[in-house]
Write a protein of this length. Sequence first.
Length: 220
Amino acid sequence: MRGDTVRPIKKIAFFIFPGLTLLDLVGAYDSLRRVALMGIDPALTHRFIGTQSEISDETGIVLRPDAVYDDLSTFDLLYLPGGVGTRRLMGDDWCLDYLRRWGVERPIASVCTGALLLGKAGYLRDKRATTHRNAYDLLAPYCREVVRDRRIVDEGNVITAGGVSSALDLGLYLVERFWGDKARERIAQQMEYRPALEGAARASRPGSRTGAGRPRARPR
């Protein structure tokens, strides 16, 4: 996880579990699904991979994943939402071993307390990361530094984002990183997401100091 991935992103896995926060999932999914929908990369596909066949989010909304603990070897990007359910999964060895099998050569992204799963699985060791502000202290033992003043922290193949609404920013950031500025701008316009159009979301990238960064969430 020393630098940006060079593997094209053609297949995305969204990992879902009981007790997830729905906006954590949908906020980024909506941006990423538009990559194919709007013809930016018509070949891009995605699947929802669950810990069980029927999943209730933290409000009781029921989701049915495409597969349960599916083989991740054919995917290029793994996305983890947060939610109260992350606390239980932090003690689930089967789940943690599954996440560890993703490895370090492909990008993995989390929003909100999804970072706790990344931390428990060992992905944040010696890295900077962020999460929901109420979980900073929970994240601290698993990473080198908790970044508190950026919605997105990009450490090469490990990308973390802040709480809940940060999923919107993270989704567009991933679009920009893997498909470019113009793709991000087109999708942000279609979503009418003004903070992204106005450059409100900033990313802290590898080698930057906490608090440093450009006014836009640029990967380069």
